[in-house]
Ligand binder design. Structure first.
Ligand SMILES: C[S@@+](CC[C@H](N)C(=O)[O-])C[C@H]1O[C@@H](n2cnc3c(N)ncnc32)[C@H](O)[C@@H]1O
Length: 242
């Protein structure tokens, strides 16, 4: 099995972790799933605070938008291994969801695709992979399109917002969508993190009562957004730009 069979090209990023780029069809815009400087490193840098800013993880629910190769699902697994939390992981591309499940279950045939998932898994402790497998369908809930119709019916304490940019997935960055989505499912104590940093996104989060920090972006990227909403706001525990 090769990525070409699924209309993707694999690229090894600077920290030796793999990313995917869709092979363009009909001139539709495409983009790499991660920064070329390091798919694994970028995921850890941008999304760890979604877990680390919570003093207590037990009982909390998280949303990951864009399963892709599953870096953030591995991160969730690693960060929450000793606790009971739930992850709702959204992925529009059914192939990516099926391949990830087949990988966790040990059902992928030898080839490029399996090698890619093996490379991703090697960046995390072996228990993280085992934990994902055990939690699949229980507290790791795989869903398809992220939309107002598909939102989980629980209060969400952390958003790993790793969608493609607004050029490729404009619907996921629209102000009206974000406001309705957050109004529907964001818990009072909630962290929202993304690699993106547009004024529109920041203003939307502020309107939804998040304290928004523009943090240093990953490597060459200028800024990214880390936002938190709390009943009694405290400063975020990260370097801040003014
Ligand atoms: C930047 S990549 C995510 C990378 C991923 N987090 C990882 O760790 O490899 C964005 C992903 O979002 C998916 N996607 C695009 N639109 C979506 C939607 N409306 N709902 C859910 N997933 C979507 C794409 O298929 C793609 O896999």
């Amino acid at each position: 099995m090769n990525w070409k069979d699924f209309a993707f090209e694999q690229i090894i990023t600077d920290d030796q972790s793999p990313t995917l780029k869709p092979i363009a069809t009909n001139g539709a815009p495409t983009e790499h799933m991660h920064h070329r400087g390091g798919a694994y490193s970028e995921s850890v840098y941008i999304y760890s605070p979604v877990f680390d800013l919570h003093a207590e993880l037990s009982g909390k629910a998280f949303v990951s938008v864009g399963l892709g190769l599953g870096y953030n699902e591995f991160l969730w697994s690693q960060k929450t291994i000793a606790t009971q939390t739930t992850l709702f992981s959204f992925e529009r591309n059914p192939d990516l969801q099926e391949l990830f499940v087949a990988f966790l279950k040990g059902e992928l045939p030898d080839g490029e695709v399996k090698d890619t998932y093996e490379m991703v898994a090697k960046f995390f402790p072996p228990e993280a992979r085992e934990n994902l497998r055990n939690k699949l369908g229980k507290t790791l809930i795989l869903k398809t399109d992220f939309s107002l119709q598909s939102l989980p019916n629980v209060a969400v304490h952390g958003f790993i917002y790793d969608a493609y940019s607004s050029k490729v997935s404009p619907e996921l960055w629209q102000e009206d969508f974000l406001k309705k989505m957050l109004a529907q499912i964001a818990a009072d104590d909630c962290v929202f993190s993304t690699y993106s940093c547009t004024s529109r996104l920041k203003n939307t989060l502020i309107e939804m009562n998040f304290q928004v920090d523009r943090i240093k972006g990953f490597q060459s990227k200028k800024h990214s957004v880390l936002a938190r909403r709390q009943e009694q706001p405290e400063p975020l525990l990260v370097d801040q730009f003014s």
